[in-house]
Design a protein around this ligand. Structure first.
Ligand SMILES: *Cc1c(COP(=O)(O)O)cnc(C)c1O
Length: 376
């Protein structure tokens, strides 16, 4: 049996048909740039998240960059981010001209360690970017209260958290502004690169509408230096179809996660702990084991693909060398980089496949007696 990590081709026929029709509609209208489907998607996505505004942009990375620029964050400013995240949370801070300041993550939840945020706040700190890693969320009440106390902005990196909830509020509706990615393998994925920014602040919305489109506020009137980062009409049309299926797909992922949870209960691997105020969208199903390398090979030999999110923490990436951090600075991020493993997870994964993955995991750990090996 072969079990892929993610298989985007397994889409219900009905959904594929609706998407084909949506693409055709755009082609027949030749409405390719900032067409009607874009504004329709923006309205629908803002409503889904529970905010006033949404602006479609070219990618999740651009969504973070334009969010920071719209907030006036740049030279001389510091922005707090977790040390374990995808590189695209951090590079936009540098591209905007500001400095990232890293904070270690919790070894239980893998989210930013909220107890450590205040220690790194300086006079230069302007914003915190909580990252909703794997679609889980940190203690947002605490982060929002720290932000209020120190007058900081909160930019949510919601790129993995489409539909995740914190106390019944959607991820993306808690801070000043939030960034989403619609990279194909995200819970809400386009057929190429795409992203969006959501906010309830009108000033930011108006600025980003111009920023994404050459700084233009009306034809030939450019009031600021802008970018070319628009959401393609074809991608917006596809996203509208997929948005209508998102909650259903997230429910399937939750069922898969429950199945994994119960079947893996007695194995010597560590699972991610979840904040009780958070209902994740199960973008990824991550476990930790000291036998990662051997386990990955064993899974592969048995036809099972797995992933690592992420094998190198931010402070040890070559591109961030200039930040001046060194090995040992963020021990939890380093341990997660060395021990975490993402099991196959996508809404169309079958029960049969899950049981097969678990049976192979059980076989692996039976080979030698690892019982009790990894419990605290
Ligand atoms: C995917 C992702 C991004 C970047 O999104 P792109 O659309 O690939 O540019 C940023 N942050 C996190 C946490 C992500 O998972």
């Amino acid at each position: 049996m072969n079990v892929p990590f993610v298989d985007l081709s397994r889409q219900p026929k009905k959904v594929s048909r609706a998407i084909n029709m949506a693409i055709r509609r755009v082609i027949l209208s030749s409405d390719y740039i900032l067409g009607k489907e874009v504004s329709k998607f923006e309205k629908e996505f803002a409503k889904y998240i529970g905010v006033k505004y949404c602006v479609g942009v070219g990618s999740g990375t651009d969504a973070i960059l334009l969010s920071l620029i719209s907030l006036g964050i740049g030279k001389g400013d510091e922005v707090i981010v977790p040390a374990m995240t995808f590189t695209a949370t951090v590079s936009p801070i540098i591209l905007a001209g500001a400095s990232p300041v890293l904070v270690d993550v919790s070894s239980q939840t893998h989210q930013i360690n909220v107890e450590k945020i205040e220690q790194v706040i300086t006079k230069k700190t302007r914003a915190i970017i909580p990252v909703y890693l794997y679609g889980y969320m940190p203690d947002m009440d605490k982060i929002l209260s720290i932000a209020r106390k120190h007058n900081l902005l909160v930019v949510e990196d919601s790129c993995q958290a489409h539909g995740s909830l914190y106390k019944k509020k959607k991820s993306g509706s808690l801070g000043d502004i939030a960034a989403f990615s619609f990279y194909p393998s995200k819970n809400l994925g386009a057929y190429g690169d795409a992203g969006a920014i959501v906010t309830s602040r009108k000033d930011l919305f108006e600025k980003i509408i111009a920023l994404r489109n050459h700084g233009q506020i009306e034809k030939n009137n450019h009031t600021m230096i802008g970018y070319n980062s628009r959401l393609d009409t074809i991608q917006a049309a596809i996203l509208r179809v997929k948005l209508s299926k998102l909650d259903m797909e997230n429910k399937s992922r939750a069922r898969i996660a429950e199945e994994y949870d119960s079947l893996l209960a007695n194995l010597p691997i560590k699972k991610i702990e979840r904040n009780e105020d958070n209902k994740p969208n199960y973008h990824l199903y991550v476990v930790k084991t000291k036998k990662r390398k051997k386990l990955i090979n064993y899974l592969r030999k048995n036809g099972i693909e797995s992933g690592i999110h992420y094998p190198i923490p931010i402070h040890l990436q070559t591109s961030f060398k200039k930040l001046g951090y060194k090995k040992g600075d963020f021990p939890n991020a380093e341990r997660i980089a060395n021990e975490s493993l993402s099991l196959p997870m996508f809404s169309a994964l079958s029960i049969k496949e899950i049981r097969y993955v678990v049976s192979i995991l059980k076989k692996f750990f039976k080979k030698k007696d690892y019982r009790g090996y990894y419990f605290r």
